[in-house]
Design a protein around this ligand. Structure first.
Ligand code: NDP
Length: 408
């Protein structure tokens, strides 16, 4: 039992706050803090629990964070802001002696680059402080790693091939929109692909490798090989893995828009100089610096507003081939999540829901003392069993298929 501080007030934070508020047996005091306090207040209003506190904080600023942590004294901070803030929040956690959880690995603003090295570098400091840091506790990363750990614990002596398959078969009736923060999302999918094979990392041109994969209750969807951060920790934690890949579905229209966005330079993350009306309303023009992708985010639909008209389901799972008792076997474990059901419960669509629920569950595991060990850990470093049991009770039930055709 203890106090939780949620940082961020976007789609994922909203779902996590709804779920935290439903788990009062472990979360005794709740605070939501973000850059825009009004957004935190709106979440409290939507939940209808006036005991939830709110605050304004700039999570890029370690001093502001420590002042907030020292006044609220949370047991754990759930970082549901953006990956840019991971390191400042981890620093503040060390200064104020608070445990940490996030859903996405640190990214420097000026380089779209995904790897855990920056956060793993904090391991000794968290260990020495007796603090737990839980990294990547959304769905993917997050449940994808927990599924793999569960498979390794119960169904395999050795895992050899791992394919994480992520399908969003929903329709939000917009010409183009992203399902979570557009800046972070477009940075991710315009990256080169990367997968692991026989001890090496193999790079592919962005979205150049693809094939249809059949998803339960959905059918075949073209799926694209991408780099995804959990591959890095999973091949390290399960060294018998010979090949690990990540696949995500995209519709043709989405890819056409993405192509245009890239070709006209709107996915650039470097600063450009732009002439804009001066902020003092004098009518004078002045030169300002903008990042094209951040500008694009400002004009794209807000992922939080997609829920009302979102139909269809997501389907995310792990397809695994390996050996048990000397025999080869396959195993597929997955969850399907309905956008409409997610919206009815939290006002947010399925992608925010499938991220916010595991984030809450990670914090719940921590509060219950089940996932608590000093250091910096990925989710598969913890016992998957209590988490898997809670997924079934808290909105993300999972299903298993043994010895089926993995298609991959
Ligand atoms: P949003 O853009 O909707 O929300 C981000 C929130 O963080 C906003 O409320 C924003 O404030 C706040 N914020 C940004 N910068 C700061 C700052 N400097 N100080 C304080 N608050 C700040 O994003 P999502 O909710 O869609 O995504 C949240 C996180 O979840 C991201 O890191 C994303 O990568 C991750 N994610 C993980 C997934 C997984 O499966 N593991 C899947 C999907 C997302 P403001 O409202 O003022 O802009």
């Amino acid at each position: 039992m203890g106090k939780v501080l949620i940082i961020g007030a976007g789609g994922v934070a909203t779902v996590a706050a709804f779920k935290v508020a439903k788990n009062r047996d472990v979360f005794t005091d709740i605070m939501i803090a973000s850059r825009t306090k009004e957004k935190c207040d709106a979440i409290v209003k939507a939940i209808g629990d006036e005991s939830i506190k709110t605050a304004k904080v700039d999570a890029d600023n370690i001093d502001e964070l420590t002042a907030l942590f020292d006044s609220f004294r949370p047991d754990i901070v759930m970082n549901l802001a953006l990956p840019y803030q991971d390191l400042t929040i981890m620093e503040a956690c060390l200064k104020s002696h608070v445990n940490y959880l996030d859903t996405a690995n640190y990214e420097p603003r000026d380089e779209a680059h995904f790897e855990y090295s920056w956060q793993w570098a904090y391991k000794k400091r968290f260990e020495d402080a007796g603090l737990t840091a839980i990294l990547g506790c959304g769905f993917d990363p997050g449940v994808s790693g927990i599924y793999t750990a569960y498979a390794a614990k119960h169904h395999f002596d050795e895992i050899h091939y791992l394919d994480i398959v992520d399908c969003n078969a929903g329709n939000h009736h917009k010409a183009f929109a992203t399902n979570f923060n557009p800046e972070i999302n477009i940075r991710e999918i315009t990256q080169k692909g990367l997968y692991y094979k026989d001890g090496n990392w193999i790079e592919t041109e962005p979205l150049s490798v693809h094939q249809p994969i059949t998803y339960p209750n959905i059918g075949p969807r073209e799926s694209y090989l991408m780099h995804h951060e959990e591959l890095e920790s999973l091949v390290k934690n399960f060294p018998t893995i010979k090949q690990a890949r990540f696949w995500m579905t995209f519709g043709q229209q989405y890819l056409t828009y993405l192509d245009v966005i890239q070709n006209i330079g709107m996915s650039r993350i470097d600063e450009i100089v732009y002439e804009a009306p001066a902020a003092d309303n004098s009518g004078r023009m002045e030169k300002v610096k903008i990042v094209p992708l951040q500008f694009l985010k400002a004009v794209l639909p807000n992922p939080q507003d997609l829920g009302a008209n979102y139909e269809g389901e997501t389907s995310i799972g792990c397809r695994i081939r390996g050996v048990k008792d000397g025999k080869e076997r396959t195993y597929y474990v997955y969850n399907n999540c309905s956008h409409q059901e997610a919206y009815k419960e939290t006002g947010m669509q399925g992608v925010s829901y499938t991220t916010g629920v595991p984030a809450m569950l990670g914090a719940r595991m921590f509060m219950l003392g089940l996932w608590r060990k000093p250091g910096v850990w990925n989710v598969e470093d913890f016992d998957p069993d209590p988490f898997m049991a809670e997924l079934n009770k808290q909105g993300l039930p999972w299903h298993e298929v043994f010895d089926g055709d993995l298609e991959l």
